[in-house]
Ligand binder design. Structure first.
Ligand code: ADP
Ligand code: MG
Length: 186
């Protein structure tokens, strides 16, 4: 039943996303990313997990480059099987290949010192005010986030992805905070 509810919400969010072009979504991403850059937990962090955005996600490509240039240790997730992700060090934009999902992924060695990660930026199909997260339905982050014992988990999403309530199961992992553009304006 819950899986059905989640599927219906994913469908609703996909329909909402379709109302905007990729360029409009990049534009809507700017204030969100500005807010992320000003976040005290990011400022004081040394090792950060980011994600490489797909066209329908909050745009992170410039953020990745900027934090790398700032001297932070930047990690990106790479999908390695139907249930697992691994983390890889980002060494700069030249060391990328396109995955089967169309995501730009860093080549190179896996990063496994999970407890050293201070800050994690988490994408989602939707978030709610109870800090619940709805993903794309594979549970990658639910399996992965428990390993990040010291990371501040910051979810980001567009305002139309911020929902009144998301159905959850025991395995769903909350974020510590979620930023959408509405909170940036307030
Ligand atoms: P998402 O988090 O991507 O929205 P779901 O929360 O619906 O996806 O999870 C997808 C599937 O993965 C579900 O069948 C869920 O029970 C399973 N799952 C999630 N976390 C775990 C876990 N830690 N161990 C085993 N299965 C898990
Ligand atoms: Mg989940």
């Amino acid at each position: 039943m819950k899986q059905f509810d989640k599927a219906a919400l994913r469908k609703e969010v996909r329909a909402r996303k379709k109302k905007f072009s990729t360029e409009e979504l990049i534009e809507q991403s700017r204030p969100i990313i500005e807010h992320v850059l000003g976040h005290p937990r990011l400022k004081e962090s040394k090792t950060v997990l980011l994600y490489n955005s797909l066209p329908d996600e909050v745009y992170t490509h410039d953020l990745i480059q900027q934090l790398h240039t700032d001297g932070k240790t930047v990690l990106l997730p790479v999908v390695i099987s139907d249930t697992e992700m691994e983390l890889r060090l980002y060494h700069g934009s030249e060391a990328f290949e396109t995955s089967t999902y169309g995501i730009l992924e860093p080549t190179g060695e896996a990063f496994t010192d999970f407890s050293s990660i201070d800050f994690a930026l988490i994408p989602g199909m939707a978030f709610d005010a109870q800090r619940n997260r709805l993903g794309r339905g594979k549970g990658y982050y639910d399996r992965f986030l428990p390993l990040l014992t010291n990371a501040y988990k910051l979810g980001i999403c567009f305002p139309f992805q911020f929902l009144p309530s998301i159905p959850t199961e025991e395995t769903d992992i909350k974020v510590d905070e979620c930023i959408s553009i509405l909170q940036c304006i307030l």
